[in-house]
Design a protein around this ligand. Sequence first.
Ligand code: T4K
Length: 386
Amino acid sequence: MKCIEPFTQPVYITQPVLPDANDVYMKILEIWESRQLTNNGRMVGQLEEMLSRYLKVEHLSVFSNGTVALQIACRLLRLSGEVVTTPFTFAATAHSLEWSNLTPVFCDIEETSMNIDPRKIEQLITHRTTAVLPVHVFGYPCDVKTIGNIAEKYGLKIIYDAAHAFGVEIDRIPIGAFGDISMFSFHATKIYHTLEGGALAFGNNNYKNKATGLCMKNRADILRNFGISGEDVVAEPGTNGKMNELQAAIGILLLDKVDAEIAKRKELTCLYRNFLQDLPGLTFNTDIEGIKYNYPYFIIRVDDKVFGVTRDELYRKLKEYNIFAKKYFYPLCSDFACYRHLPSAAAHNLPVAAKVARQVLALPLHGSLANECVEKICGIIRMIRG
Ligand code: T4K
């Protein structure tokens, strides 16, 4: 087999899409001129309108990051007690519950979609359960229909962690239309970003609260600004979750670029699939009919018994070639020291999640990656397998 040289520069799983520096400069001049740097500035309002149109949701608020947005979502829905969620996600999902004084109850996942397994949710519901927090992991939509039915049956709220699912649609229905609230992350590592940032979409549930007379979006906007609802009024204990004008400006400039980024990632994903499809022991998901997908990550699963090399060995060897893969998501949240004591975190409750977490590896995927790089990465994987 032909020897392949390591990459001369590090190849990361992602690289942020950047707006043109001159365009950023023009926006900075506008912000400087106005001297409004934060606290619900003009650009934040403009970005919310643009995002509502792009994500096809009527009501949306932006925040300083996705994690604080999730915490605000918990407060908006007045959750208490236990919330059923997935252990196969980024730390922020479970932590947002813990920071809201809620107990995460970990539910096992489906083998293929890697999302929460709706068939296992019901057995975890107790008199203390007030909500479910599923994650559309890697942008693949959860089984929203079954989850919706369960929530209705038990009177539970649904918050979707849609951090990875920007622009995803199921049968032409935008992902933000499902559940009570969906959270999108605009972190620099996402297909669409505002440096740091996030949003909540309120689907069709922008109902008015009887006690406060406020709809969800109004209350979200108050909660992200310390709970201040009027010049002399602090309505409730809010937090500081505001997006600033510079973040919003970046978001405004990048919205035009997101479709091209997704298209390029789709092309690279197809290349990966072509180059890797015949490798025994290495699997990956394919597109599902009816889903408008956004290609945020390229995830492989390594079955070491068949592949002959473990996921961790592959990860280490790729590093020798200057390729920095990421083990998304390992370890499971249920294995973190802060959650290990929970009854739902016991390994025997989460066999599929444990297996998937041992196998997954995210390979480089972003719009500025050349097709030849993908070809070379696949050649290196082939060589490592031997
Ligand atoms: N829910 C889910 C399911 C999530 O995945 C996330 C965040 C959240 C909630 C919370 O949303 P936010 O509060 O973050 O808005 C990254 C991100 O920090 C995190 O936002 C993201 N999920 C998670 C999946 O990935 P790390 O620690 O793995 O990222 P890091 O710093 O290793 O970056 C990955 C690669 O990206 C680097 O090797 C190089 C490249 N990179 C990264 C940054 C930050 C750049 O080229 N430039 C950059 O500025 O967490």
